[in-house]
Design a protein around this ligand. Structure first.
Ligand code: PBG
Length: 321
């Protein structure tokens, strides 16, 4: 025997393991939707809902009982527009959450326009040139981030993939005395097919002449683009960088976290989370153990934190397994 001596019982396996999972390293996402009267289930994401303002507070309270303190909020407004968006609905949710839970709750808020625009794109569509206009979008994203910070968000998380938005957000936040607000940048966000359930939840699928997000999200084959985007976002003032999705991009997470010494988040996106849920529903795998295995792989690959729809179950699952 050589390697099997350290595998022979749970004691030696625990002592020699290189990753110790804890719910304290996980971030729970929420969807809050204006204009619905009851919370709605999301296909593929068991026990995750499109929440009303009231059900959101109740859900956060329940999750806090399960040890959840770190959250990421996605807001969905009532009506789509092509310009002059109002961020009041989400600002109201931020204030409410902060009023109820104060400093016990770490609240990150998604900064993006895809739930707001008629086109379903993450920025303004320039009809004349049939493109998503970078400069125009960045100015509005910075304004959105500022309003969220002023409403009480601890962290703003731009997921739009426009160039220069981190710099614009950091500059505006600092000018407006919000210098303690963190920026978690989706610096290595790929043009992935794994966002399906999310787009139903956030009502954000692209539906214009520009049929997908390939002109602003990173091509799945381009590591160097992910590297350069992340390096740039670090220089522009991002506090936390991110790889998204997770499992299909573990190599990216590993290489980036080795070369850029910033805190790294990984987003276990809706499609990859749902894949495990659906396998488990079919009785083909153990739901809990498969999720724990996926989370372990993120930390092994170099993540400092994981955004996952299952965060609220982590304490139970980790204790049981
Ligand atoms: C877009 C955004 C997306 C996700 C988070 N922010 C989807 C997209 O780019 O279309 C995906 C998250 C998930 O799938 O869980 N602003």
């Amino acid at each position: 025997m050589d390697q099997r001596r350290i595998r022979q019982n749970p004691h030696i396996r625990e002592l020699t393991s290189e990753v110790v999972l804890t719910h304290k390293k996980l971030i729970q996402p929420y969807f809050v939707v204006d204009g619905i009267t009851h919370k709605e289930p999301i296909s593929g994401l068991t026990e995750v809902y499109r929440e009303t303002s009231e059900s959101l507070l109740r859900q956060v309270e329940l999750d806090m009982e399960k040890g959840i303190r770190k959250t990421l909020l996605f807001g969905v407004p009532k009506a789509k527009k092509s310009k002059e968006f109002s961020f009041d609905f989400v600002c109201d949710q931020i204030s409410l959450l902060k009023k109820n839970f104060g400093k016990d709750l770490f609240l990150s808020v998604d900064v993006c326009l895809c739930s707001y625009t008629e086109s379903g794109h993450c920025g303004f569509v320039n009809e004349e040139h049939q493109c998503v206009d970078n400069e125009l979008s960045v100015a509005t994203l910075a304004e959105q981030a500022l309003q969220f910070a002023q409403a009480g968000a601890d962290c703003v998380a731009p997921s739009d993939m426009m160039d220069g938005r981190v710099k614009a957000i950091r500059t505006l936040l600092d000018q407006q005395k919000q210098s303690s607000t963190l920026i978690m940048s989706y610096s290595a966000k790929f043009h992935s097919k794994f966002y399906g359930p999310f787009r139903l939840a956030a009502d954000s699928a692209p539906k214009s002449q520009i049929k997908d997000r390939s002109t602003y999200q990173i091509d799945p084959s381009h590591f160097n683009d992910a590297f350069l985007s992340s390096e740039r976002d670090e220089k522009e003032g991002a506090d936390i960088l991110m790889v998204k999705p997770g499992l299909p991009y573990l190599d990216v997470l590993f290489r980036l976290s080795q070369s850029i010494k910033k805190p790294w988040a990984v987003y276990e996106v809706s499609g990859e989370y749902a894949a495990i849920e659906l396998l488990a529903e079919k009785g083909l795998i153990s739901r809990e153990q498969a999720h724990l295995e996926a989370w372990t792989s993120f930390f092994r690959a170099g993540a400092d934190m994981v955004i996952t729809y299952g965060a609220r179950h982590a304490l139970d699952w980790i204790n049981k397994n």
